[in-house]
Design a protein. Structure first.
Length: 136
């Protein structure tokens, strides 16, 4: 699993007890996962369908640096399933784990459409994957 995005825990990320607010972390994960899915499926129209049990293993506090890891575990016909782990970058202690995040590949009308992918790709996407996002 590659840990791409890092976050530095700031006062606005805390709950009233002074540790990282779970809702804030879930919002970061949802964004991290959708970016991963967009890249893997080469399609900007991807939505969150299902998130399995979330295990908040340990807390994070102000000043901690955390990192988020996502990896694809299954390519369905229109869906992609991923696993997520968040850990403290310095101590490597696990903060959260989610076994299954399922995202669905959509067409421009919002209907599920086969993505045709079967395995993780590491290649960088080109702008050709996103014709309607090109400038000019
Ligand atoms: C995403 C959406 C278009 C899918 O519609 P749908 O009628 O469920 O579509 P399907 O039944 O064809 O399922 C699509 C894929 O999701 C998978 N899926 C559906 N329900 C699932 C569930 N509960 N758990 C895991 N996977 C599921 C299906 O297996 C299928 O994958 P596959 O093609 O790889 O086999 C629709 O559910 C939707 O618009 N949901 C809201 C999405 C959203 O707004 N997300 C943001 C929430 S804040």
């Amino acid at each position: 699993m590659n840990f791409h995005t890092r976050k530095w825990i700031k006062p606005e990320d805390l709950n009233p007890n002074g540790s990282l607010f779970g809702g804030r972390l879930l919002s970061w994960i949802d964004e991290e996962a959708v970016i991963y899915a967009i890249v893997q499926l080469s399609n900007p129209y991807v939505v969150t369908k299902y998130i399995s049990e979330i295990n908040f293993v340990s807390s994070a506090k102000q000043g901690d640096i955390i990192e988020m890891g996502i990896t694809a575990t299954h390519f369905g016909t229109t869906s992609i399933t991923m696993r997520c782990e968040v850990r403290n970058k310095i101590t490597r202690k696990t903060i959260l784990s989610i076994d299954k995040l399922v995202f669905v590949n959509l067409d421009e009308e919002g209907n599920p459409v086969p993505h045709g992918k079967t395995e993780i790709t590491y290649a960088y996407m080109s702008i050709d994957s996103f014709p309607d996002r090109q400038q000019g």
